[in-house]
Ligand binder design. Structure first.
Ligand SMILES: [Zn+2]
Length: 177
């Protein structure tokens, strides 16, 4: 390609590791970087590969990363979940001010809360609009559960190729229940 700044041609692309600026602590490997051949210019151009799905990969990698979540990571994960600060406060049973303290690194999340956030990220596709945990917990004046849980055993049988160990485990679970 031609350099937009000086019109000289660019050198062949080199694959480099570049920071992913939308999220903290994330680098993208194998990004094509083209440098202008005019040494007085020095402009470089980055050609990002197809970034479809990149946010999901980043979010799941951040949620699986060892060590505690810092404020930037909490903010990225919250936004990726589609939660406002109010939403996060509601889902994680804290005050809205607490969310901003997490995101500004004023306080660390409590470990159980952090685990819940990580599990929400890992299970986002199951959350959807059905994330009603806080509604379920917050049923007014109800200290005991609503009704006994009933499981329909007439649901479709598992496919024939399911391993014997799996079906044995299912029997064991049934006996325990
Ligand atoms: Zn140039």
């Amino acid at each position: 390609m031609k350099c937009v700044m000086c019109g000289a041609s660019t050198r062949p692309p080199r694959l480099e590791r570049v920071p992913y600026r939308a999220a903290p602590h994330v680098t993208l490997d194998g990004v094509a970087v083209l440098a202008c051949s005019n040494s007085d210019c020095g402009e470089t151009y980055t050609e990002y590969p197809d970034l479809t799905g990149i946010e999901s990969r980043v979010a799941e990698a951040l949620a699986a990363r060892g060590g505690r979540l810092d404020g930037q990571s909490v903010r990225f994960l919250r936004r990726w979940l589609g939660w406002s600060g109010q939403d996060m406060a509601l889902h994680l049973s804290v005050q809205p001010e607490t969310v901003s303290r997490w995101e500004t690194d004023a306080v660390l999340m409590a470990v159980p809360t952090e685990n819940l956030l990580r599990m929400c990220v890992m299970n986002k596709r199951h959350l959807g609009s059905e994330f009603e945990l806080e509604r379920t917990l917050a049923l007014p004046n109800q200290a005991t559960p609503e009704a006994d849980v009933r499981i329909d055993m007439a649901l479709p049988r598992p496919p024939a190729n399911v391993s014997r160990r799996l079906s044995q485990r299912a029997c064991h679970l049934a006996l325990v229940a």
